[in-house]
Design a protein around this ligand. Structure first.
Ligand code: GDP
Ligand code: MG
Length: 259
């Protein structure tokens, strides 16, 4: 068995971007490769999950109970539940440690702000292992179709990097839904090229022009022109690329298969 500590991969993205499905798909892919992983559901509001979580926040936090106890609607209860995640960080850690695995795949709440903009995300990452943590950030292809939509998503990804202070890999989710030309266009845009700049300028009227330009400069300055990794849970494309990014981050090319 490897004596290495596990790698913690947080799947983050806007609601419906494919986090839960990718958590399952990537675990399956690791399994095909003979690599051990566990899944952690951090969404107390999840009604249905496409995988059976090994560690489940719903064992500690019930959205229904919060709604009843505090007389809140579902949105208010989600916020209270997100903050309660921090209170359970130690239990989550102990539960994960019981598994002795190589990869911990953490599926975050449907709404990105609950994990990224409130403190609980940071608290949980610190409690687990910030040095061996990374974010797999899912860009939604539907929201990426226009240049301004694409830039806004990159900005959210950059904001996630700043809020959580761990490395972020940008994935283009559900790439099976994109035509070849659209994929090519996004690939070019992801290097923050002139074409993206010109498209933005054409898309927006004067009031947005300077803002868009500044956002692009910001993205360029902070290295957001890193390659986008197209992935698909439908055809399993991009799984090896995710794996390679994880290796580059932590293991310098080594995997953790038992010898
Ligand atoms: N075509 C396609 N649909 C996907 C893919 N991944 C997820 N979906 C669908 O997108 C919807 C949202 O996925 P889900 O994983 O629940 O998103 P989450 O809210 O980010 O966890 C579901 O209907 C999934 O079946 C994919 O790779 N390709
Ligand atoms: Mg989900």
């Amino acid at each position: 068995m490897s004596v290495e500590e596990p790698a913690y991969i947080y799947f983050i993205g806007t609601a419906g971007s494919g986090k839960s499905t990718l958590t399952r798909t990537f675990q399956n892919w690791l399994k095909f490769r003979g690599l051990d992983s566990i899944t952690v559901n951090l969404d107390p509001g999840a009604d249905f999950l496409p995988y059976t979580p090994d560690v489940d926040i719903r064992d500690w936090i019930s959205l229904k109970e919060i709604m009843d106890e505090y007389d809140l609607g579902p949105n208010g209860a989600q916020i209270v539940a997100a903050d309660m995640l921090a209170l359970n960080a130690k239990e989550i850690e102990e539960s994960i440690e019981g598994f002795k695995t190589s990869y911990v795949l953490l599926d975050t709440p449907g709404q990105i702000e609950l994990f990224v903009f409130r403190e609980s995300g940071n608290i949980l990452i610190s409690q687990l292992n910030p040095k061996r943590s990374m974010v797999a950030y899912l860009l939604d292809p539907i929201l990426s179709r226009t240049a301004s939509g694409f830039v806004t998503q990159l900005l959210l990804s950059l904001t996630t990097r700043f809020r959580l202070s761990i490395p972020v890999a940008n994935l283009l989710s559900k790439s099976d839904l994109l035509k070849k030309e659209e994929m090519e266009k996004l690939r070019r845009w992801s290097s923050i090229d002139e074409g993206l700049y010109e498209t933005i300028i054409r898309e927006r009227a004067t009031v947005y022009r300077e803002l868009s330009e500044q956002i692009l400069l910001l993205l360029k300055h902070f290295g957001e022109e890193t390659p986008l990794i197209p992935v698909s849970s439908t055809d399993y494309s991009g799984m090896e690329d995710i794996y390679n990014v994880i290796q580059m981050c932590y293991r310098a090319g080594e995997d953790t298969t038992s010898d």
